[in-house]
Design a protein around this ligand. Structure first.
Ligand code: ATP
Length: 253
């Protein structure tokens, strides 16, 4: 795949990215010459067997780790060229994160957790941003829970607060790492439907790492990694189609 830095329509991309851990005989190649783009306004799932390089790819795209070679871009910013201070600022302003373990601050109310990205940036939301946060809270059905602390909320409610926090600054890209891993299947499906809606209704770009074919079936596009390479790409697919493909891949290896 040829991806140029001027490629519009991409929220983020990596170009010829390789990543090795360690040196010499003991070196592990986690990513091998990967070039992919995450399309704007789309829900992209990244799947693959354990150890295939999913987390490494996500960390490089989010500027949490550096590649051994190649480039990572967020929009028109080459993040592999930024120093630590600029990277921290970029992550705070232009990237949102949703984790399996929710990662809310236990001493803060749901509202203050959602406002944390603004607080860390040393500012309060503008009237327009506050309007967006209100819309998010209504859509995520947490408006009547905003004064509660995380331990007073169910797992599904905590994850919906985490999604509101990730989307509050209208980031260029939201990374979701197994966002339904700690939720029961019904609550998990609800969270996935909300993530899909954030893309289809609000134009958010989301990249989600998952092992779960049901989770990936909510995505517009599924990238499949094996041994540090992108080996396949699926369009919108059913869980059965995705698990069928993963099984066939297992048998072939
Ligand atoms: N800090 C590290 N030091 C050494 N090796 C590492 C490090 N991080 C990852 N690796 C190796 O790189 C490869 C890819 O790891 P990665 O965590 O990206 O895989 P993954 O697809 O996310 O796996 P999982 O689904 O199990 O989380 C693995 O072989 C892993 O052992």
């Amino acid at each position: 795949m040829k991806i140029t830095p001027t490629d519009l329509g991409l929220a983020a991309r990596v170009v010829h990215v390789s990543k090795s851990f360690g040196i010499g005989q003991g070196a592990v190649v986690a990513l091998s010459d990967v070039s992919i783009g995450i399309r704007r306004g789309q829900f992209t799932a990244i799947m693959g067997p354990s150890g295939s390089g999913k987390s490494t790819l996500m960390h490089i795209m989010a500027g949490l780790d550096t590649p051994t070679s190649g480039e990572a871009w967020l929009g028109d910013t080459q993040i592999t060229a930024l120093d630590d201070t600029a990277l921290t600022r970029l992550r705070r302003r232009r990237i949102g994160f949703v984790f399996q373990s929710f990662n809310l601050v236990p001493t803060l109310s749901a509202r203050d957790n959602i406002l944390l990205p603004f607080e860390l940036d040393g500012r309060t939301p503008t009237a327009d941003e506050q309007g967006w946060i209100n819309t998010l809270c209504d859509t995520l059905r947490i408006t009547d829970r905003l004064t509660h602390r995380p331990h007073e909320l169910s797992g599904g409610q905590q994850q919906r607060v985490a999604i509101a926090r990730a989307l509050a600054t209208r980031p260029d890209l939201v990374f979701a790492d197994e966002p339904t891993g700690n939720l029961d299947s019904r609550t998990g499906r609800e969270v996935l439907a909300l993530l899909a809606e954030a893309c289809s209704k609000f134009g958010q770009s989301i990249a989600m790492v998952t092992h779960d074919p049901v989770a990936a079936s909510y995505a517009d596009r599924v990238l499949i990694l094996a041994d540090g390479k992108v080996v396949h790409e699926l369009g919108p697919s059913t869980p059965e189609q995705i698990s069928g493909y993963m099984l066939a891949m297992d048998r072939a290896s």
